[in-house]
Design a protein around this ligand. Sequence first.
Ligand code: ATP
Length: 447
Amino acid sequence: MGYLSCNAESAIATCDPYSWDLSHLTKKHKKNRNKPFKIREFSYLDLESATNGFSADSFLGKGSHGFVYKASLDDGKLIAAVKKTTTISNPSNSNINNCNNIPAENEIEILSKIQNPGLVNMLGFAVDSQERKLIVVEFMHNGSLYDLLHSDGRPPGWARRIRFALQIAKTVQHLHASNPPVIHRDIKSSNVLIDGNRKARLGDFGLALRGHVEDVRVKCTPPAGTLGYLDPGYLAPGDISTKSDVFSFGILLLEIISGRNAIDMNYSPPSVVDWAAPLIRGCDFAAICDPRIGPPDDPLVIRQLAVLAARCVRSTAEKRPALSDVVDCLRVVNKRMASPICVGCVGKSSQSIKYEPLDDITEIIKISSDGSRRKRKVSSVAGVELGSEAIGESKVRVPGSKSIGSISEIKTAPSDSNFGGNQHPQFKRRLGLIVKLPTIELNGTYL
Ligand SMILES: Nc1ncnc2c1ncn2[C@@H]1O[C@H](COP(=O)(O)OP(=O)(O)OP(=O)(O)O)[C@@H](O)[C@H]1O
């Protein structure tokens, strides 16, 4: 069994043109930075036997690029998850400057350079006889946030939801603050996994980009992401920025608050943004709360969460907050959750409370309280095929939206006068099918 042993700095020094800027790390992180992390090269046979021949019993789930299995390695001392990709590797794709790395190659390349307690870290990899990559990552004992939010089991309460949101925000902030920055591009609840300590970790770096936005490699990579979470302003390679992750995080936050899918045909409108926007604008914060748990006791908590989500999904990327601001805000909310609330507030609906203006957000909420939308475009998903799933009829639920892989296949549809004149063309074509992204236009802002 081979080992590729390196610590963060030497890994970067040897495999990468960038140097790893550690200046932003905390004392604790700095202590860990010299701790080497090992990327092991497993043999295919090891993984085959560790998963009982990739048996149904070991099967954990299916993604757009392959299957995930639970593996028992090192005589049962190491429990891991093995991601078996279905995409055959093309040797010409493994070039470090290639803009169209297949997800498995990309994930290995990025995760071999970054390790963080907030990530589903890579332990190693293997290659099968057909040159397909298998990625071995830390096993997450408590499944995905998607399953936690959308399964029939007991739904998580507010304290847990806010903790999860804060943990993920901190991890994404860390990625964005790295040198060079890492843009995840596929933040969504099925890529948030819950570990044995009930901590939310971010996984699936198949679409992630590591580099500065002006780097050729980043600049020439086609847009990618998951429908429902994808920044509507991210239409061309050059549109990429960390703010696209902020948009996806905003959708995730709305999902955490409401317990509904990013796109759900059982709701009208199906897009969580279109659905939540008028309610937040009308200060009807209770209406966006997951009905299974109702609003939090402290109405200021839901107000701050809702307004934060609204800021993250603004259509103008520059107006969205940076992840560091998101972390600050969630820290305040998290602290508030832990502190005793004012007795007089309990039981009142959030609408009956008089709010003190917080900051510029108040202005966002005031834009329209009657729910009317100027320049509004009706949002829906029509005849979209995502992986093996076909969505098109109403009453169809989208079970954990699948990533649209490095979507060189997605091309802006030919301009159509009905949808022209808008800064974000609304329609995209994927494999000949028309995909309409969920967007709202209200004088250039979402809310
Ligand atoms: N490290 C892990 N530990 C435990 N379960 C995992 C792990 N990684 C993935 N899974 C399970 O396998 C499922 C599929 O994961 P995968 O990352 O391949 O796809 P996805 O995120 O659901 O979809 P997509 O590939 O479109 O992003 C997850 O939803 C999760 O239930």
